[in-house]
Design a binder for this molecule. Structure first.
Ligand code: HEC
Length: 103
């Protein structure tokens, strides 16, 4: 009986973990843009701060690679950058932000 209970509990843990993992998989660039504070500095499609470049058309002139670099470590593109790096984000999250900028 004890073994059965343990197996059942393990099953529950796996189900919960799988649910959490799958919801964490759908990364939404729009909410990341808000949550990470990009919007406090940058204007995008008419909303947001105006102390930094407007990003509405940024993806037209920049490659994905360049944008990825800018988000992870802006100091490489702009040696005197005042934009904080977002290297703590996962590749998926960074890609979601890039896709959002391209939208
Ligand atoms: C504290 C203000 C600040 C925050 C927060 C911020 N940025 Fe920036 N960002 C800047 C500044 C200033 C520049 C101008 C270039 C530089 O100094 O790096 C810039 C430049 C950029 C550029 C390049 C524009 C160009 O073509 O030159 C992109 C793309 C960008 N930011 C995206 C983001 C994203 C995405 C986030 C959120 C994850 C973010 N920024 C958060 C200040 C900020």
């Amino acid at each position: 009986m004890k073994i059965l209970k343990t197996v059942f509990r393990a099953g529950m843990v796996i189900t919960v973990a799988a649910t959490l993992f799958s919801s964490g998989c759908s990364v939404d660039g729009a909410s990341l843009f808000q949550k990470e504070g990009c919007i406090n500095c940058h204007r995008f499609k008419g909303a947001g701060g105006s102390i930094c470049p407007d990003l509405t058309d940024v993806a037209k002139g920049r490659s994905d690679e360049w944008l990825r670099q800018q988000i992870k470590d802006p100091g490489v593109n702009y040696p005197n950058s005042t934009m904080p790096g977002f290297g703590h984000l996962s590749e998926k999250e960074i890609q979601a932000l890039i896709d959002y900028l391209k939208s």
